[in-house]
Design a protein around this ligand. Structure first.
Ligand code: COS
Length: 383
């Protein structure tokens, strides 16, 4: 067993870390307050190859694998989780088109994402009545001469108002259940696409989350990703990989919370000594570090399996449910260690606490991850 990163992964980590410290850190708190979308920063990340970490070089990606993607996410999220989520979803979209698109689709859309021209990529699966259960979607795509007409509403779409490329799921055969759902590549700004509303969120305020309306959006035959009826499986496969991204995001935020707490506990004095000398505080730090390390190992294993093209659905769900739940606990304890200071905007802890909460919800709630894990256990037991 080798727990070390290889030279390429280490180099990518360093690139992401330097960028995060130099370009993201100075304005991270200000973006949280103002809600400013990090347009310039995303462009710079594309220039560094970080909008397609696990995407072939031929389409502008870094071709560095899932583990490298995880460390990029950790480094970005340590500083600005809003930027990290945008990078995560964009990578997921670029990867999905790279894996299942035609040559033409890859040239046109993946290159647009990795070069930064698209700004970001969006994943338009959920709907008002179809969150944990995407099979309940109502958006439809009707066959017309030369293409498809898409009609419906999508909700909870991360940066759907900014994305130059998005994947949109729609029903193409009402009678066929999940096998009647297809995926389409839709370009931002297309006629009939409307941003209906934007959410006012507890955290991740430097990223947008919107409801989109598709009012007879026309796309060509060449917009379909994969084959007709394959969409649900594409979504599930993409989310398996996306869950490594979100667990890494949670790990990054929790790492920052632990680092801040460790520093604070050594500086802050009460009862005549640094509070780290009090066992109640030292024990908290020990538990936080242990939870973090266990999370990291689960995430690394899922990414390692993905890189080796092994089935990793269960492992990605285990990593997500564990890392995101532990990250929330760690951020909560970090505020406790900081006392009143942790509750103020003078310290980043309250931002970490708000930002990390959604990781237990998006790209599959903790409850959904447990369903995925349990179903896989049953399958394995019946073999
Ligand atoms: N990879 C590839 N295919 C998969 C898959 C995966 N990880 N998981 C399921 N499938 C396939 C199944 O094999 C099945 O194929 P067949 O039609 O050939 O049998 C098909 O997809 C339907 O699967 P299933 O019957 O298990 O679907 P369910 O409706 O029961 O849903 C869960 C399964 C709960 C796992 C799914 O609905 C889910 O992940 N929900 C959460 C969605 C989510 O994360 N939303 C957030 C969106 S982004 S904010």
């Amino acid at each position: 067993m080798d727990f070390a990163l290889n030279d390429e992964q280490e180099m990518i980590r360093q690139t992401a870390r330097d960028f995060a410290q130099r370009e993201l850190l100075p304005q991270a708190a200000a973006r949280d307050l103002s809600g400013e979308f990090p347009l310039k920063e995303l462009g710079a990340l594309a220039e560094l190859g970080l909008m397609g970490v696990n995407v072939p070089d031929a389409y502008g990606g870094a071709e560095a694998g899932a583990l490298a993607f995880s460390v990029v996410m950790q480094e970005l999220a340590k500083v600005d989780a809003s930027v990290a989520v945008t990078v995560s979803v964009t990578n997921m979209v670029a990867e999905l088109i790279s894996a299942y698109g035609t040559d033409e689709q890859k040239k046109r859309h993946v290159s647009k994402i990795t070069s930064g021209e698209a700004v970001c990529g969006a994943f338009a699966l959920s709907e008002p009545q179809a969150g944990s259960d995407p099979s309940a979607m109502r958006t439809s795509a009707t066959k017309i001469d030369g293409g498809w007409r898409i009609k419906g509403d999508k909700q909870w779409i991360s940066h759907g108002d900014k994305a130059g490329v998005m994947i949109v799921w729609a029903i193409t055969d009402k009678e066929a259940g999940t096998r009647g759902i297809s995926a389409f590549i839709v370009e931002g700004g297309v006629k009939g696409l409307e941003v209906v509303s934007a959410e006012h969120k507890m955290g991740l305020r430097g990223s947008t989350t919107v409801q989109l309306g598709f009012e007879d959006v026309l796309v060509g035959e060449d917009a379909m990703l994969g084959t007709e009826g394959m969409g649900f499986k594409l979504a599930m496969a993409a989310l398996d990989g996306g869950r490594i991204g979100i667990s890494s995001q949670a790990l990054g935020v929790a790492t920052a919370a632990l680092e801040a707490s460790l520093a604070y506990a050594q500086e802050r004095e009460q009862f005549g000594q640094p509070i780290i000398r009090h066992q109640a505080i030292a024990n908290k730090l020990a538990d936080m570090a242990t939870k973090l390390e266990a999370s990291k190992l689960l995430i690394m294993r899922a990414a390692w399996m993905k890189d080796r093209k092994l089935p990793f659905s269960k492992e990605a769900s285990m990593a997500k449910v564990f890392a995101t739940e532990k990250a929330c606990e760690i951020c909560d304890e970090a505020i406790q260690i900081h006392g009143g200071n942790g509750y103020t905007q003078d310290f980043p802890l309250e931002r970490f606490y708000r930002d990390v909460r959604v990781t237990r919800i998006y790209e599959g709630t903790s409850e959904i991850q447990r369903i995925v894990i349990a179903r896989q256990l049953i399958k394995e037991a019946s073999k």
